[in-house]
Structures are given as C-alpha cells and as structure tokens.
Design a protein around this ligand. Sequence first.
Ligand code: HAM
Length: 392
Amino acid sequence: MHLFNYGEIRTPAFEETAMFSRSIGELTDIVAKEMYSFTDRGGTNLTLKPEMTASVMRAYIQNNLGEQQPLVKLYYIAPMFRQERPQAGRLRQFHQFGAEAVGGQHAAIDAEIIALACEVYSNLKIRNFVLKLNSVGCERCRPQYKQLLTRYLEKVRDRLSEDSRRRLEENPLRILDSKDEADRMLTRDAPLMKDHLCAECAAHFAELQEHLKLLGIPFGVDGRIVRGLDYYTKTAFEIISMDLGSQDALAGGGRYDLLVKELGGKDTPAVGFAAGMERLLMVMEKQKIVPPGGGHPLVFLAAADEEGRKWVIRTAMGLCRRGFACELDLLGRSLKAQMREADRQQASFVIAVGADELKRNQASIKNMRSGEQRSVDLRNLAAELAKLGDGP
Ligand code: HAM
C-alpha cells in the first residue's frame, strides 16, 4: 500500500446503523440479514462494521479530506463483522485489507486500484488466481437494463430458486451470480449489463481494459460479476482463487461514484477494493507460501557468560536504534541452547560473545543464510553488519 502511496485510515469498530444500510443497500444480504446491530444506552442504533467503504466515506466527508488534495488515496487493515453461516473461508469476524481512491473518475484510477490488489498476490507469489471484470453501468443506463433483465426473468420465474424469485422484485441483477445450478441454466442467455451500457460507461469500460493491458494485468470480462453491495457504478471486479472452495473470492471491489453524495458529501467519484485476509492465508497455506518477515534482518546476540550478557543487553538496544531487529536470551540459557534458538528464529546473523571476545573487542559473526563466518570489531558492529549486506 505504501509503495502505491496510499495512506492508512482507521475507523471506529461500529457506526450508526443507518449509515451502513444507506450505503450498502437496504435489500442486500449484508443489511437485511447479516449486520450485528444493537441499541446503545442512549438509544442509538449502532452496527459493527460489515465493510469499510461506507465508514471511510463517512470519515472522508466528516473530516473534509477532499479539501487537502484532489485524489485521496487510503488503505486499511481491519476486522469486519457479518452474521453469515460460518464455513471454510466465511467467518463472522474476519479481516479485510483494502484501499479506496476518492476524487477522480478516470479509468486509470480503477486500473491502479486493480493493479494494487493484484500486486499484493503477485508479490506474495500466489498462483492460480484470476481477475474477473465487469461494468454494472450507471444511474442512466442501469434502470433500462434492469427492465430488460426483469422481463427476461419473468418468463422463467416459476422455475427460479426461491431466493432468486424473491430477488426478482428487489434486485434482479443478483440472480445472475446465483450459485443454484437451475438458476444458472435459466439465466444462461440472459441479457448482461456490459452489453447495454450507455456511451459514457462503455467508453470508461473500454479505457479500463486498455489500461490493464498497458499494465500487463491479465483479466477476463465476466458479465455476471454483480457484487453483493448496491453502491457500485461502472467498474465491478473480483479476484477469484482456484484454491478456495465455494467461497472463492479473494477480493472484490469497484467504482462507486454516487456514494459520497448519497452520504451527504459533495459529488465525488471513487473506486476501491477489499480483500479477505483469512482467505489469503488459506491460499498461502495450500500453496505452501511462507509469509515474509517484517523486513528487518534479525540479529541474535548470544552470550557465553555473565560479561557477555551485559554486553548483549547494551548492544541490542543500540542495534535496534540502527534499524536491526534484535533477539537475545532472557531465560538464562546455555550458549548451545541460545544457538538452537537463533536457528529456530531464523535469525540472519548470530554473534556469540563472552569475556574473552570482549577483551579483544573482536567476535565472530555468522551469516546464517550463507553460512559465512568472520571476525568483526565489536566497537563498530552496526557498520560491520551493514557491510555484510542484508542491512536495514
Ligand atoms: P466484499 O465482496 O463484501 O466487498 O468483501 C471483500 C472480500 O472480503 C471478499 O472477497 C472476501 O475475500 C472477504 N470476505 C467477505 N465476507 C467474508 C466473510 N464472512 N468471511 C471471510 N472473508 C470475507 C466489500 O466489502 C467492499 N467494501 C469492497 C470495496 C471496497 N468496494 C469498493 N471499495
């Protein structure tokens, strides 16, 4: 997120219920069935946040974030709450990381958001994921398309699943991503939004695809990506993993040009995505990908005796300040046990010091990755470590 120049935003764990229902849509599953809502002692109806986009936009408006810069780029990592039926990849408290770019309508911003999401997975060397792209139109072209789709679905109404029949009145687009086999067959030839876009939405969609090609990001257009939240306009996308079960969406997002205004702010176009952390971890486990470390090489300072221990405590503090992560023995273990611990912790460097070494101001330092060992001047340790490469 920092590499793409997004700044972190943190929002409260709960907000007013009405803010979420207005943003996400009264008729969506999230609002109708899944929110953890409660009334506080003052009689205010509150909800544990089921997603971040609405909260971020509320904060954007309330704090006039748009006044400081034209395009506000924010990211978050936070717990979310949805009362869904728990199963693999679907939890009632889960974690999302995501990003929102607020203040521009150009397709280049959609492309950046998508690139950012994909880059997280590529960077972690995740395999077997695909980007599915769609456009869900805007307030000008969607109503007409909705009529067209409803007319098509009315003809097969009796054979649709109960869920889909209910959706026919409320939100016919959602029927297109029904998991029910019969529904899928019945909607096989249904009209799709992407083929009925107004000129502006069609141009935006074409431009986005151009940008993604420019960035070398592979994608497939899938007219059935409709998303489970109502605020989307134009771009909608999902990143699907073949290594997940039925809950196969690693991430989802899109453009939501009307939301800021809907929440009482100025007319402000925006686009973003959110990704499930637990689903990412499931895929990493399946693909045997080890999470990368914190980025600081770990130096293990081992002490051979009492003199060594004193030196280690002093030195660890100094090295931390120079940007090295340090570990030392706080359990009074033998030198041999400390070496085992350094190994277990996958330390980058190990320095073992006792009274003898201290007298000479020299000790041997071992690079645990290369196995290389050499003698260093203890008075100049940080510089010596930096010379060994892998420095902070
Ligand atoms: P969403 O599709 O509802 O979109 O959630 C995004 C991701 O969160 C999903 O793809 C999935 O990986 C994860 N997720 C959702 N529900 C659960 C759950 N119950 N258990 C585990 N993981 C889950 C949003 O939330 C939008 N706010 C995304 C967005 C940002 N659109 C624009 N900006």
